[in-house]
Design a protein around this ligand. Sequence first.
Ligand SMILES: [Zn+2]
Length: 254
Amino acid sequence: MTNTLKHKRIIFGLICPALLVLACIVKNSPPARAISIPDELLRQKVVVIDPGHGGHDPGAVGPAGLAEKDVTLSVARKIKEILSRAYEVVLTREDDYMVDIVRRTGVANHHHADLLISIHAGSGFGHQAQGVVTFFHSPGTGPGSIPFRKERDSWEVGEKPLPWDEIQDKHRAKSQALAKLVHKHLLAKLNPESRGIREAPLLILQGADMPAILVEVGHLSHPAEEKNLRRPDVISATAEAICEAIKEFFAKYP
Ligand SMILES: [Zn+2]
């Protein structure tokens, strides 16, 4: 036997058992299956918080001079601070500047947000109105709705409707559920007067392609509420209540 042939036999003798072992492993292994993980589990939840007003638009201003734009930004920043450990939190404005309403909704849509909450602390007629009121979007036909002017009125006959108006429609049930949770947690934590959960065709909500609500966390026009909303502990408690509601919402609708 030549040296070359001898080497070939040795190598073949080594390779064959290895192939046999490999074949057995392959034979006994369970068939490879493609594991499909839903997209929503692969990505972090995205929460968009909209601090109402800003810049040249102060919103409501209390009798002692506190501006709504500052209250809303403080609450939004606190929410971001608390929730950033668990979710991606995006604010529609990070400082004291004005952002168009439609652009605010656009931020939420652009980030494919899982929910949008617009924060306000408005004014009522006179100094009597106080408490918390939470809105979800409706076209304006539901009980308790507020008669806002609809953009639809200005369309030409035969013109194709703008889809923006209808984007929120498919999320209305979840928006209502989110409104209920935010309202419930604010009432439980701060014990304010409840002005209810209401439907309104609010521009910031109607083009939002996710569950979306607007909450008035108090009435700056009421002297006692203005005083309250100056307090850092009240701002923190307000933010915490909204965060609890968001966590409960995601637990219910993962
Ligand atoms: Zn406002």
